[in-house]
Ligand binder design. Sequence first.
Ligand code: NDP
Length: 435
Amino acid sequence: QKKQPWEKEFLQAVEEVLSSLSLILEKDKKYEENKILERMVVPERTILFQVPWYDDKGELHVNQGYRVQFNSAIGPYKGGLRFHPSVNLGILKFLGFEQVFKNSLTTLPMGGGKGGSNFDPKGKSDNEVRSFCRSFMTELYRHIGENVDVPAGDIGVGGREIGFLFGQYKRIVDSYDSVLTGKGLAWGGSLIRPEATGYGNVYFCQEMLATKKDGLDGKRVLVSGSGNVAQYTVEKLIQNGAKVLSMSDSNGAIIDEDGIDAEKLAFVMELKNVKRGRISEYAKQFKNAKYVEGKRPWGLVKADIAMPSATQNEIELEDAKALLANGCMCVSEGANMPSTNEAIKLYVEAGIHYGPAKAANAGGVATSGLEMSQNAIRLSWTREEVDEKLHNIMRSIHQNAANAAEEVGTPGNLVNGANIAGFKKVADAMIAQGV
Ligand code: NDP
């Protein structure tokens, strides 16, 4: 902490994982003897580069580009690209570190990585975004490959950006490689990939509730964010009879006591994906909804379940207290590291269902893995086939995490379960492969 205070999100992620691993490191000395922890907290390779691009007025801008290739013990590096002004090395190291464990949990052969830029796509024209993406890929292309590193989307990187990035990659290397996931359906993408993180989180939540013979029907749910993950979380919740009370963006939150139904969700999707507008518009459109500027949804109304789907550290200790005081009995994480370590401690002490991000939101990268498989065999699976595979993967992630938690004497603690199950596979592969 003292050595690298500027990487606070990374240190937070490492601290969370280490708190669980102490339970197995004492029992099995091979990890210590092989200095596995020391190796796992340092990325295998970190690439930093400049991204110069011209805006529509002909003015030159320069952004910072990154790719953190964290761990390739069980497969090629895999993890998204984030375009957001807050991006820095500490944020990408936390995301890459988490990705290593998450990808291991999916049961698919994928190592972990993450990348992106401090470029802000908000308010930029399509032409400006294309100009940026082309410049970004002009450097990145030499570091990626279908057996090397396969990036995907994340905050600020959706179908539009993946398209521009892929187009530039193909132009440079003159080869139709499966080098990115999240591609459009007509050019190598997979059905269900856009839905996968949100749907997967809802499937995971159902698995947790089922351990107490409970389900989603009639449950009051708070969702944050209104981007890719939030939209499909809300869609699957509605399909399962839950009442979704909120969505949000970086300016504020809307609360709708009537519940967000399929028609209202279609409005949000048009607003966010096509018009690129603000969530405050929702409250102008639907009369019983209210918009709360500058707030997150937590604690604004009574709710049974919280599904944070916006960004890191969006549930701090006070938010977690407000959730519990309002009767929340389940937190299932769509965003990466949305809860601070103090908030997590509170959930665990209170004994509520808690699905940590690296398990609950792994459906997105798992379906990216399925996209790579389809590209490799040059076939496309149907919507039903991909959805069923996703559902089965989420079930096995839950089961494996629950088993691992039980084995170390902390039944039901999926923080320990996910960290230990994710760690073992990677660590054992590292030992087998030597240094
Ligand atoms: P999007 O860019 O599609 O949406 C992000 C949403 O979160 C937007 O509503 C955005 O608001 C809001 N948001 C972003 N930053 C902040 C902030 N600092 N404070 C408050 N709200 C914020 O991204 P995704 O939906 O893809 O990603 C959301 C989360 O899910 C991230 O943590 C990501 O790492 C994680 N994730 C995504 C996966 C995927 O498949 N896409 C897979 C696994 C995890 P605004 O519109 O104002 O920017």
